[in-house]
Write a protein that binds this ligand. Structure first.
Ligand code: ADP
Ligand code: ADP
Length: 226
C-alpha cells in the first residue's frame, strides 16, 4: 500500500479557477517526498484535499489505502497535518492544545499526557507548556503545530511549506527533526518552493506548476538533469 496515492485529482474553485488539472502522485511508505513548485502552483490545494480540508472536484486521494472522501476518519488517523497558518486557539495553553488533539483520536488520557510530554520535550517546548499559545514566538508556534500533528503517531506527516519565513537556525533544527522522524519510519511529504530544501531533505520530488505535475522523479535523477 502506498502511503499516499492521488489519482486524476482535479479541483475547480467556486470562482471557476481550475487549480488542479487531474494530477497523479504516489508516495511509498517510508519515503521523504517533496511537492516542489512556485507560489500558486497548486501545492496547498493538493494537501488541503489530501487532509480533508478542501473538497475535490473529481479524482481520488488515499492515505495508507483509505480514501479521504469515503473513509476520512480512518485516513486522518494515519495522517498528521501541519498547515501553513497557525490554526490553534491562541488563548489555549500549549500543553492543552496537544492533549486536546490526542482526544480527537481517542488516546486515553494517560497516554495523551505522556505522549504530549515526549513531543513537547523533543521540540523544545516543554518549558512553555503552561503558557497560552499566543505568548510563543513564531518558531515555537511552528513547532507546536508539529507536536500537535504527531500526537496520535501518524504513519504519514504532511507539512505545507514548513520552513517558509523561518530563520536559518530554526530551519536547520526542523530539518534535523524531520530527518529523525523519517528515520523512525514516518513517511514525510512536504511542499516547498525552495529547490535547496527539497534536494537537501527529500528522496523523491514531484514538480508542480499551473496545477499539473511536470516531473516526478528521485532527487538524484532530478539533479543530474539540471
Ligand atoms: P470552494 O468552495 O470551491 O472550495 P471556496 O468558496 O471555499 O472554494 O473559496 C473560499 C473563498 O476564497 C471564496 O470566496 C473564494 O472566492 C475566495 N478566493 C478567491 N480567490 C482566491 C485565491 N486566489 N486564494 C484564496 N482564496 C480565494
Ligand atoms: P500553492 O500552495 O502552490 O501556492 P495554492 O494551492 O494555494 O498554490 O493555489 C493554487 C491556485 O488556486 C492559485 O492560483 C490560487 O490563487 C488559487 N486558489 C487558492 N484558493 C482558492 C480559492 N479558495 N478560490 C479560488 N482560487 C483559489
Amino acid at each position: 500500500t502506498p502511503a499516499l496515492q492521488v489519482s486524476a485529482l482535479r479541483k475547480v474553485y467556486a470562482n471557476g479557477f481550475e487549480a488542479l488539472k487531474a494530477i497523479d502522485l504516489r508516495v511509498e511508505q517510508g519515503d521523504f517526498f517533496a511537492l516542489l513548485g512556485p507560489n500558486g502552483a497548486g501545492k496547498s490545494t493538493t494537501l488541503g484535499i489530501v487532509s480533508g480540508l478542501v473538497q475535490k472536484t473529481s479524482g481520488s486521494a488515499e492515505i495508507m489505502g483509505f480514501d479521504v472522501n469515503n473513509d476520512l476518519f480512518e485516513a486522518r488517523r494515519r495522517l498528521g497535518v501541519v498547515p501553513q497558518e497557525f490554526n490553534f486557539n491562541q488563548f489555549e495553553k500549549v500543553e492543552d492544545i496537544v492533549i486536546t488533539q490526542a482526544g480527537y483520536f481517542g488516546l486515553r488520557s494517560r497516554e495523551a499526557t505522556s505522549r504530549t510530554k515526549e513531543l513537547l520535550q523533543a521540540l523544545d517546548l516543554w518549558d512553555k507548556r503552561d503558557q497560552p499559545a499566543r505568548m510563543l514566538s513564531g518558531g515555537m508556534k511552528r513547532r507546536l503545530m508539529i507536536a500537535r500533528a504527531l500526537v496520535h503517531r501518524p504513519d504519514v506527516l504532511i507539512l505545507d511549506e514548513p520552513t517558509a519565513g523561518v530563520d536559518i537556525e530554526l530551519r536547520r533544527s526542523m530539518w534535523r527533526f524531520m530527518q529523525q522522524l523519517n528515520g523512525e519510519g514516518v513517511t514525510i511529504v512536504l511542499t516547498t518552493h525552495y529547490l535547496e530544501e527539497a534536494e537537501q531533505l527529500c528522496r523523491n520530488i514531484a514538480i508542480i506548476n499551473h496545477g499539473q505535475i511536470v516531473q516526478s522523479t528521485s532527487t538524484r535523477e532530478l539533479l543530474s538533469t539540471l
